[in-house]
Design a protein around this ligand. Structure first.
Ligand code: GUN
Length: 276
């Protein structure tokens, strides 16, 4: 029988524990979110982050900029937030407008306030097998989901599809640090189904419907990170859930799998940075 990896249920459990912890804290963390440009999905994500923070008793501020904001304006604001003792966590919502150098912006965030774990300092720590201040939110959420369902990582063959800085690269490295055998696939990979068929665990983070039943071995664990609207406006993931869920041993749904875990991780990271 296939087990659904319920991200909503685990998120609620994490929130309950966090709320108890936060209620006892005399001073609360403050999360600053920078939203630059007019990407509609980003606006929804940022709004959700703010609402979740409020529900838990975490202070949050959202600083918005128009699409034509200059890089200097963003860098100056980040410096100001770095120097502000009241601000304990900083997140720059991605994607940024195309004329902005993403790396310059991310790496201006002080590593101690980098709640996304995306600065070169924090990702460098992961890549040298050391502990960063915090791990990137989506990869951390995936690790917590695997842990919750007692899914073994050591010695398993994990196929990661996608190589973004946000998900693909850090999750591959985090799994390698936990002694998985990791294959990283991407848009130029040849014979993808041949590779995925040898996987014990597949993590797909592409944003396109690419994982079909022909790619899955029996008893495989399937983690779907993709979330997008299909041609008819229905929320969809990378995986053909209907068909793949008949073969997989565990599968994360979209929505309700990795998405809620990303936000749970953000709240965990915000508290972690405050206490470190
Ligand atoms: N855009 C989509 N996902 C994320 C995320 O986890 N962090 C940031 N900063 N931007 C995103």
């Amino acid at each position: 029988m296939t087990i659904i990896l319920d991200g909503k249920k685990l998120r609620d459990k994490i929130f309950e524990n966090l709320k108890t912890k936060l209620d006892k804290m005399p001073k609360k963390p403050t999360l600053a979110v920078i939203l630059a440009g007019d990407d509609p999905s980003s606006k929804i994500y940022v709004n959700n982050k703010k609402k979740c923070a409020e529900k838990l008793g975490i202070n949050s501020i959202v600083i918005t900029y128009p699409q034509n904001v200059s890089e200097k304006e963003l860098l100056d604001k980040i410096q100001e937030l770095n120097n502000d003792k009241e601000i304990t966590a900083i997140l720059v919502q991605l994607p940024l407008p195309a004329h902005i150098n993403k790396s310059n912006v991310i790496n201006t965030i002080s590593p101690q306030k980098d709640v996304d774990g995306l600065t070169n300092y924090n990702s460098g720590k992961i890549f040298s097998g050391e502990k960063p201040y915090v791990y990137p939110c989506t990869p951390l959420g995936i690790m917590l989901l695997l842990e919750e369902y007692n899914i073994e990582i050591e010695g398993k063959h994990v196929v990661v599809i996608g190589r973004s800085n946000l998900v693909g690269k850090p999750i591959a490295q985090m799994l390698l640090n936990r002694n998985a055998t990791v294959t990283q696939c991407h848009s130029k990979t040849k014979n993808l189904p041949e590779i995925t068929k040898t996987a014990d665990i597949i993590i797909s983070a592409v944003g396109k419907n690419i994982v079909g039943e022909n790619m899955i071995n029996k008893n495989c664990v399937v983690i779907d990170v993709g979330i997008f609207k299909d041609e008819v406006g229905k929320i969809s993931g990378d995986v053909d859930f209907e068909k793949v869920s008949k073969i997989a041993s565990y599968i994360s749904p979209v929505p309700g799998g990795v998405g809620p875990m990303t936000i749970a991780s953000l709240m965990l990271n915000t508290v972690e940075l405050f206490n470190s």
